[in-house]
Design a protein around this ligand. Structure first.
Ligand code: HEC
Ligand code: HEC
Ligand code: HEC
Ligand code: HEC
Ligand code: HEC
Ligand code: HEC
Ligand code: HEC
Ligand code: HEC
Length: 439
């Protein structure tokens, strides 16, 4: 925030012709870049021509806080000639100006180093497109695109699904523009200049509006559906109920670090996971306030790259303490911790059966044609995650009917298959194949 203000001051000073360097001798190198530009003649050219070619972009940008502060197309889309992604748009061909449609967090970092640094430590940047996930994304993309049937695989399923949420490594064509099958991409996009992450998934371009990112809709594009129904859970929670009934009246545009209860009466996704509240500072690292790993097979307390679970719980409790008593907070987290323990009990039993069947040669090689293994997948990836997320964020229908109730059913089916295989020492003829997850 302070940095943002300094930048703004620098912009105003530079527009008024006063060198800001004499007022802020300690300005970092990155912000010097800001001082040099304003709406130069070059920048005006971009705006004038694009106003004709794509008025929607210019209109949105014009209303943004950044436009008001003098940040233009030129600051974000012009790259040095030596950049791996230096290309030229139709309007600058033949000049010595190089542009790119790609704007990586490295560019934002010139003016927002703190946000980019925090973001780069989060699962959103680090894990969403880590090599293992990218490999899975590529593999699944091909399998689902016909590869399983021996067709020549395309990447349609990857491009239309995983890539749009997780991100992907953008490849460049010979014109240095992104190839059509690797861009655009989601939150963990890997750019040719080494930047990781796509800020526009929450701050939609070209308004980059702070209020928009604070609303639950900013997260809902990705955090929904059978395997992580966070927006559905939120919508049925007491908090979501208040958002839906009176959210229109809340003050969404308060300055960063000054958005507090009173501006709103119940938290949104951003309030709990990112925003400053009370004595807590805003963070772009969504892992910071989490205790458990509720994504993977067995839930464990977060450590290493996934965060610091014990510290995370303390921070999250400080969010709640702005509006709830200690007793209420204790009750909520007891419910969550007990639910994690219950889920882990089911998971551990399922894992034991899986290992036993494997040791006895009673698993099919193709797990997607093997009822036991399909159910195993749904147990942790769908129903088990729904139960855990439902308990974490006050979604009783997801915790129970889409969660623990189904978990219990899936588990019983797995046990029946297990017992059959052990008793008969063979895999049942028509394995219990599910065409879709229980929902
Ligand atoms: C604050 C930085 C910023 C500013 C200012 C900005 N852009 Fe962008 N622009 C972006 C980002 C980020 C993307 C998305 C890049 C990606 O997906 O890799 C983008 C994407 C684009 C695209 C390609 C996507 C599409 O929908 O076709 C065009 C064209 C574009 N911007 C034009 C402009 C023009 C014209 C201006 C000035 C009026 C402008 N931008 C100002 C950051 C900016
Ligand atoms: C004389 C007109 C003109 C000027 C000046 C101009 N552009 Fe463009 N720009 C275009 C046209 C035309 C396109 C292609 C639009 C399309 O393909 O739909 C384009 C495309 C783009 C794209 C999308 C990616 C691409 O390469 O196709 C970006 C980003 C962009 N311009 C940025 C800029 C920036 C930054 C400036 C100023 C340095 C600028 N433009 C100056 C006309 C212009
Ligand atoms: C040349 C400097 C510069 C660059 C590059 C830049 N910004 Fe900004 N940004 C600013 C300034 C200046 C403000 C206004 C600060 C203020 O009002 O406190 C701002 C404000 C913002 C805001 C707050 C908007 C609001 O409604 O309050 C967001 C979000 C933002 N920028 C995102 C981005 C993203 C994402 C990128 C990269 C795609 C980016 N910025 C690149 C200078 C820049
Ligand atoms: C609708 C958006 C969306 C789509 C499509 C999507 N994912 Fe995800 N994925 C997510 C979200 C959100 C999470 C985090 C869930 C959580 O935190 O509980 C996630 C988590 C994951 C994880 C765990 C990440 C980790 O840190 O280990 C993997 C692996 C994964 N997804 C792979 C894939 C693959 C492969 C595809 C395509 C076949 C895919 N996803 C499609 C949104 C999506
Ligand atoms: C997961 C969603 C999300 C992503 C991705 C995201 N932001 Fe934000 N950003 C937010 C939210 C929410 C706020 C408002 C925090 C608050 O309530 O004060 C915010 C606020 C900001 C602000 C204003 C904060 C300040 O203190 O001045 C800037 C600047 C900003 N983001 C830049 C970025 C940049 C740069 C990136 C990419 C590296 C990025 N954001 C990616 C959700 C996001
Ligand atoms: C464009 C898609 C997208 C959007 C938008 C998005 N996320 Fe995520 N989110 C993901 C993916 C993919 C993951 C899994 C990343 C990983 O492997 O950790 C994830 C993981 C998370 C995690 C768990 C982090 C971890 O490492 O386990 C939290 C918490 C989270 N997101 C919160 C949010 C919030 C809050 C918002 C909105 C302000 C939001 N997300 C917006 C795609 C998205
Ligand atoms: C009242 C605060 C609150 C709100 C509102 C909230 N969350 Fe959460 N969220 C939590 C808590 C608490 C946890 C569990 C933290 C832990 O592990 O102890 C959690 C867990 C998560 C996780 C699971 C991380 C993992 O390990 O897989 C994701 C993803 C997530 N939230 C996303 C969202 C999204 C998206 C929204 C809005 C649609 C949202 N949250 C709204 C408090 C909240
Ligand atoms: C900005 C204030 C605010 C914050 C922050 C907040 N809550 Fe709430 N919460 C409310 C309000 C208001 C209600 C609705 C109470 C009612 O039903 O009248 C509520 C309801 C609840 C409920 C439903 C049970 C009940 O009392 O009706 C749970 C559970 C809950 N909150 C947990 C949490 C947790 C856990 C956190 C922190 C991760 C948190 N809340 C953060 C304002 C807040």
């Amino acid at each position: 925030m302070r940095k943002g203000l300094l930048v703004l001051v620098a912009v105003l000073l530079s527009l008024s012709g006063v060198s800001s360097a004499q007022y802020y001798p300690n300005f970092s190198k990155s912000t010097n870049l800001v001082i040099k530009r304003g709406f130069s003649k070059e920048a005006l050219k971009c705006i004038e021509c694009h106003k004709e070619k794509a008025p929607g972009i210019v209109l949105q940008w014009k209303e943004s806080r950044m436009a008001h502060a003098g940040v233009s197309c030129y600051d974000c889309h012009v790259v040095p000639k030596g950049s791996p992604m230096a290309s030229q748009c139709k309007g600058v061909r033949g000049t010595n100006v190089y542009t790119s449609p790609l704007v990586s967090p490295k560019t934002c970092a010139k003016c927002h180093p703190t946000e980019v640094e925090q973001f780069s430590k989060s699962g959103h940047a680090k894990l969403a497109s880590e090599p293992v996930v990218t490999k899975l994304v590529a593999l699944w993309g091909e399998l689902e695109s016909g590869g399983f049937a021996g067709n020549s695989p395309t990447s349609a399923a990857r491009q239309s699904g995983c890539q749009m949420c997780h991100g992907y490594a953008v490849k460049l064509g010979s014109d240095k523009k992104p190839t059509l099958d690797t861009w655009p991409a989601g939150i963990g996009t890997r750019y040719p200049d080494g930047g990781i992450g796509n800020c526009t998934v929450c701050h939609n371009r070209h308004s980059f509006d702070i209020g928009e990112a604070r609303k639950p809709e900013a997260c809902a594009k990705c955090h929904l559906g059978p395997d992580h129904p966070d927006i559905e859970i939120y919508t049925e929670s007491s908090h979501g109920q208040l958002y839906l009934t009176e959210g229109e009246k809340w003050r969404w545009e308060s300055a960063p670090d000054a958005w507090e209860p009173g501006d709103y009466s119940a938290p949104t996704c951003a309030t709990c996971h990112m925003s400053g509240i009370g004595d807590l500072k805003t963070t772009h690292n969504v892992n910071e306030r989490l205790k458990w790993d509720l994504v993977h097979k067995r839930s464990v307390v977060r450590s290493g790259v996934r965060g610091d679970g014990e510290k995370g719980r303390k921070l999250m409790r400080r969010v709640c303490a702005n509006c709830h008593s200690t007793l209420h907070i204790d009750a909520h987290f007891k419910k969550l911790d007990d639910s994690v323990a219950l889920y882990n009990f089911y998971y551990d039993e399922a894992e034991k059966m899986l290992k036993d069947l494997k040791a006895k040669g009673l698993l099919k090689k193709d797990k997607w044609s093997d009822g036991f293994q399909e159910l195993y997948y749904y147990l942790w990836h769908h129903v088990g995650r729904r139960a855990r997320h439902g308990a974490a964020m006050d979604g009783p229908d997801y915790a129970h009917w889409h969660g623990f109730f189904q978990l219990f059913q899936v588990f019983k089916d797995m046990r029946a298959i297990y017992n059959y295989r052990i008793k008969n020492n063979r895999i049942e003829e028509l394995s219990h194949v599910m065409s879709s997850a229980p929902n």
